[in-house]
Design a protein around this ligand. Structure first.
Ligand code: TXA
Ligand code: MG
Length: 321
């Protein structure tokens, strides 16, 4: 099993040897390797059981490092980077030749971001290469938001998990691509679409469902973020649980409600109804409910505004058959 460590020097040594290390970010834990090494990148795909067409996000230490992997950067991308980095924003840019095709799943674009986590930033500053890091879960499963989630998922695939505590934000980065210099939303994430469009003025949405045959963010079509127990999404979870009895349901409520008290197994994402607190708790509570003696999980739909849209997106994908 990978060892949980807090020493970035150990992480650096392993990465320099071509090994993988799980790293903390403000969104979710990533499974990191040298983004410029085809071998390291291939080990990431193998460890996760990830299809080769699903490209990885490349993590860099700062905006100045982007020029080493990307070119022809649109002005809007620079503006977004200056506004949100370090932070949960991934930009899809034209790649430079030095980035292996294995990293980008065969695409000529590369996804890049500067994570907002003290330990990982200090690690990146000391490395001579950027880190490719998808979420540190087996392909399709619920993303990890603490070191123990990662440890529970993997056996001997890599030596270390760098422990940076619980992820602050708790859902993945927002992914933005560009079409003739115009910002396009590829994946809802920890920065609400409204915050992006307040900077770009205009934000086109090219969401995978709208483009089934040629998704902009490959890999977003398949089932994702899944618990081992079946998950259902409902506006009235308690009514659904009653209907499905004697099957035993664990309920994921959005906010405090009287219903909560009549349900044996439940978690409440945010008692006060805060969307950012709900994001922070989302994956941790899904991991917890999945381990309870229940037959299925029923999640309450969140209001579709701001980060609520991101949470519903993740729940819908986790519920996909
Ligand atoms: O918050 C995050 O983004 C986390 C942390 C670890 O940084 N990472 C993460 O990686 O969520 P992953 O592999 O679970 O999701 C990456 C997404 C995939 O949906 C992939 O299709 C998309 O990024 N992506 C990567 N490169 C792309 C590219 N060149 N064009 C379009 N989409 C891309
Ligand atoms: Mg993922």
């Amino acid at each position: 099993m990978p060892e949980i460590i807090t020493d970035t020097a150990l992480a650096r040594e392993a990465l320099n040897k071509g090994q993988l290390v799980a790293i903390p970010t403000e969104t979710v834990y990533g499974l990191a390797g040298n983004a410029l090494s085809e071998n390291a990148v291939n080990s990431i795909f193998a460890a996760k059981g990830r299809p080769a067409f699903n490209p990885l996000i490349v993590h860099v230490s700062g905006i100045d490092a982007v020029g080493e992997i990307a070119q022809g950067i649109p002005a809007t991308a620079t503006l977004l980077a200056k506004t949100f980095w370090p932070g949960p924003l991934t930009l899809v840019l034209d790649k430079k030749a030095g980035v292996p095709m294995a990293t980008t799943g065969g695409l000529t674009t590369v996804a890049v971001r500067v994570p907002d986590h003290r330990l990982t930033l200090s690690l990146l500053e000391k490395l001579d290469y950027p880190l490719a890091a998808p979420s540190a879960n087996p392909s399709g499963r619920t993303s990890p938001t603490c070191a123990v989630h990662v440890k529970d998922y993997f056996d001997t695939e890599f030596p270390y998990i760098l422990d940076g505590g619980r992820c602050r934000s708790g859902v993945e980065s927002t992914i933005i691509g560009f079409d003739k210099g115009q910002a396009v939303l590829y994946r809802h994430g920890a920065i609400p679409a409204e915050a992006i469009s307040s900077v770009t003025g205009r934000l086109m949405v090219n969401y995978p469902e709208k483009k089934e045959k040629n998704p902009c963010a490959p890999g977003m079509l398949s089932r994702h973020y899944a618990t081992t127990k079946p998950l259902l999404l409902s506006g009235d979870p308690l009514a659904l649980a009653t209907y499905l009895a004697p099957k035993k349901a664990g309920i994921l409520f959005f906010r405090d409600s009287v219903q909560k008290n009549v349900c044996a197994v439940s978690r409440t994402l945010s008692p006060s109804g805060s969307l950012s607190e709900a994001c922070h708790n989302l994956y941790a509570f899904l991991h917890e409910l999945d381990r309870q003696p229940v037959d299925l999980i029923i999640a309450e739909e969140i209001p579709y505004r701001g980060l609520g849209t991101t949470i519903n997106d993740r729940l819908r994908r986790a519920a996909k058959k």
